[in-house]
Design a protein around this ligand. Structure first.
Ligand code: NDP
Ligand code: MG
Length: 390
């Protein structure tokens, strides 16, 4: 029996994780499941999987969670401190799948207890990569990437020497607007941006795919996790989303990871690592697929990529600023307070403004310094967007 916890259990990654767990419940002892607003799902999964504790990040929803769990023997808890307490409970494997910067602190806490951390929360690496990796090394924690591209790179690197790696190529579907007229991108709606051509994911990451902020995050994630230099990381648009990433070696070989666009592959790989086990994902029929396509990402369609290049060069707390500005700009877009194309402009300006004022590059990365940079970047983003509108 392996003791496992799932942070962000009610989300898209969390539910895919539980789908795999439910197929072999006898193999797992579920410690903690966490969510935020979806109390009904959280309570029903916690009861069905006999979790020790269910946590909602929203303290105001605790009475509801308590009611839903009454008589089940599952503890109910709420708030940020409860998330940290849940992350400190002994577990062999922890899934970090909270969306956004809120995922950093529970992930860091789990790392301190030496568990294996399956990392879907890319924001952890973008905002605090050096801290996360150093803590993992110090506490003997293995981090397994769950983002499909990074799981693909991780798998392509098994048995390889990092010194022989020349480049890492991250593929991108191109998102909802890969063929949309660029001059009309300012007018696209939230509903249009929330439809992904290939993947079924949470709304935020889906919109981030349309703007390529998601890919921008993944480039930074690649640098932080694999320790390569920004010049070794490339992006290619691959509309079929079946090649998830490629690793190029110094003998000219390219190792590609190919599979269906189903997150249960990357999640299942991390769940069973270091073994490979049967997973319920589609087997690709290459003859039926016929061809794979590739194109270079257009810089004016995807301005987020150039911002990511700058963030990687600057380092330090620039990633935390970038992520917070991006999260805030996304909130503004979803709320109808800015246009789709205003997001990249706002993030660019905020990164610029904070770099000129704060000496972010050399700052020490701690939970506190990340929190401060995050708060300032969000405030500046709101200000910038309000000003642009007015
Ligand atoms: P979802 O929006 O589907 O789910 C997010 C989860 O986080 C839910 O459980 C949600 O609870 C919870 N949550 C939301 N806000 C907070 C908060 N402030 N504090 C604590 N918990 C919170 O996201 P995804 O599953 O799509 O993504 C999760 C992470 O995985 C993200 O970092 C994303 O970038 C990454 N990822 C996702 C992929 C995908 O296929 N979806 C692919 C690769 C990476 P509730 O729903 O109850 O409100
Ligand atoms: Mg990805």
């Amino acid at each position: 029996m392996r003791r496992i916890s799932v942070f962000g259990a009610t989300g898209s990654i969390g539910q895919n994780t539980l789908d795999l767990v439910r197929r072999a419940p006898q193999d797992y002892d579920v410690v903690a499941l966490t969510g935020a607003q979806n109390i009904a799902q959280l309570a029903s999964d916690a009861k069905a999987l006999r979790a020790e504790v269910a946590v909602t990040s929203d303290e105001a929803r605790l009475p509801e969670l308590r009611d839903a769990l009454a008589g089940s023997g599952v503890e109910a808890a709420a708030g940020d401190a409860a998330l940290i307490e849940a992350a400190a409970r002994p577990a062999d494997w922890v899934m970090s799948a909270i969306v956004g910067a809120a995922g950093l602190a529970p992930g860091l806490e789990a790392i301190k207890h030496g568990t294996t951390l399956a990392l879907a929360n890319k924001e952890s690496l973008v905002t605090a990569g050096p801290l996360l990796m150093a803590q993992a090394a110090q506490h003997g924690c293995t981090i397994l990437p769950v983002d499909s591209e990074h799981s693909a790179v991780f798998q392509a690197l098994i048995g390889e020497d990092m010194a022989a790696v020349e480049r890492i190529i991250i593929t991108a579907s191109g998102g909802a607007f890969r063929d949309h007229p660029i001059e009309d991108l300012a007018n696209v709606s939230v509903a249009q941006a929330s439809c992904h051509p290939n993947w079924d994911m949470g709304q935020r990451i889906t919109i981030d795919s349309a703007s390529m902020f998601n890919k921008a995050m993944e480039l930074i994630e690649t640098k932080e996790f694999f320790g390569v230099s920004p010049s070794q990381i490339e992006t290619i648009v691959h509309p079929e989303s079946m090649i998830h990433a490629l690793v190029g070696f110094n003998d000219g070989a390219l190792m590609a990871h190919v599979g269906p666009p189903d997150m249960r592959h990357a999640i299942g790989f991390a769940l069973h690592w270091p073994d490979r086990t049967h997973l319920p994902v589609e087997r690709l029929d290459l003859a039926k697929i016929g061809q794979f396509n590739f194109r270079a990402p257009e810089a004016d369609r995807y301005p987020a990529l150039a911002i990511a290049a700058r963030v990687m060069e600057e380092g330090g707390l620039t990633g935390a600023v970038f992520n917070a500005a991006k999260e805030q700009a996304l909130d503004e877009f979803i709320a109808g307070r800015c246009r789709f194309t205003d997001m990249a402009q706002a993030v660019d300006r905020v990164v610029d403004a904070m770099l000129s004022r704060e000496g972010l590059q050399n700052a020490t990365i701690t939970l506190d310094s990340v929190g401060q940079a995050d708060a300032m970047a969000r405030a500046l983003t709101v200000e910038h967007i309000a000003k642009t509108k007015g």
